[in-house]
Design a protein around this ligand. Structure first.
Ligand code: SER
Length: 316
């Protein structure tokens, strides 16, 4: 029997554009169906327009391409989400509940749901935040993801849907830019260092957040999806951790490469969002259950970012 195909929603996004390529390498380009609401920047493989709130089109794609696995990455992130709470809820959660039902009806073999550190809130202990703690998120994005997590567990328990999920920290990569998140500064700062030598940071100098290098984030995604089902004991969403730093600390790292780099601080509403999130994460459940292990520490990440960004910027 031929291997089934994989559908990715939000395939143009920060994670999607990198994950799609990795999945194409593993399974072959013709097995990956990338979908999004706008034309992708790079043309390769199969792309279809899909707005995730359009359930009919989703079903049509699943049937047309005989989809067996879905990575549902389409979402509006934390900072942008606050500008339009209702649309954010519809895109992030209402569409996801439809997706879960459709996945059961169409016997989807595996479904991936990206969760986030935004599921935690101001009442969550901030340091070394454990897997099972009270979730009282303060953003619509966090509310939608925390609710999505509960639906994950429910669909696994009630219908046996093989759904798997990770709570990503802020993701830093040279391949793509994030859009509308609170952790975006940690990517923008690298571009600013190379292009302008100065960055105006919207967080305070000492606001510590958990982060992860793109390579590690993609590895975690592939690892949890390839793990034998019985190893994935938690279905709602696994804490994963790699590095954590403050704007001041990343500035010091950047100055190893650009000694004259200037950093200004003009905190805005995103500072409050960041303060409601953990500063570090306990990921022992992911380590124990499916042997999660990050490869990049802060210094390796910064060095790799500059190596790749200076290379790609010199080609444009
Ligand atoms: N990176 C996301 C954001 O900042 C958190 O998952 O919104």
């Amino acid at each position: 029997m031929a291997e089934k195909t994989i559908l990715i929603t939000g395939a143009n996004g920060q994670i999607g554009s990198v994950l799609a390529k990795r999945l194409a390498k593993i399974h072959g380009e013709d097995r990956i169906i990338k979908t999004d609401i706008s034309q992708p920047e790079e043309e390769w493989g199969i792309f279809e327009f899909l707005n995730v709130i359009d359930t009919d089109s989703l079903v049509e794609l699943i049937e047309t391409y005989d989809i067996g696995e879905i990575y549902h990455l389409a979402a509006i992130l934390s900072a942008n989400g606050e500008r339009n709470p209702r649309i954010t809820w519809n895109v992030n959660l209402a569409s996801y509940l439809n997706m879960l039902h459709i996945a059961v009806e169409h016997k989807i073999e595996k479904l991936f749901f990206p969760s986030t550190i935004a599921v935690f809130g101001p009442t969550t202990p901030r340091e070394n935040t454990a897997q099972d703690v009270p979730l009282l998120p303060s953003t619509v994005y966090g509310m939608s993801k925390a609710t999505g997590e509960m639906w994950n567990q429910y669909f696994y328990d009630q219908y046996g849907l093989d759904v798997r999920s990770i709570r990503y920290p802020g993701i830093i990569g040279y391949q793509s830019l994030p859009g509308g998140g609170t952790t975006d500064y940690a990517v923008e700062i690298f571009h600013a260092a190379i292009d302008h030598g100065v960055f105006d940071c919207y967080l305070n100098h000492d606001t510590r957040l958990p982060m992860i290098y793109m390579e590690d984030a993609i590895n975690a995604t592939i690892d949890i999806m390839q793990a034998p089902s019985e190893q994935v004991k938690l279905r709602y969403g696994y804490n994963i951790s790699a590095v954590n730093f403050t704007p001041e600390e990343i500035t010091a790292e950047i100055r190893r490469h650009y000694p004259g780099f200037k950093m200004n601080y003009t905190p805005d509403y995103r500072e409050q969002i960041a303060r409601s999130w953990p500063s570090s994460i306990d990921d022992s459940a992911a380590k124990n259950d499916w042997q999660w292990q990050p490869k990049y520490d802060l210094t390796q990440m910064v060095d790799d970012m500059f190596t790749n960004l200076t290379k790609s910027k010199s080609h444009v």
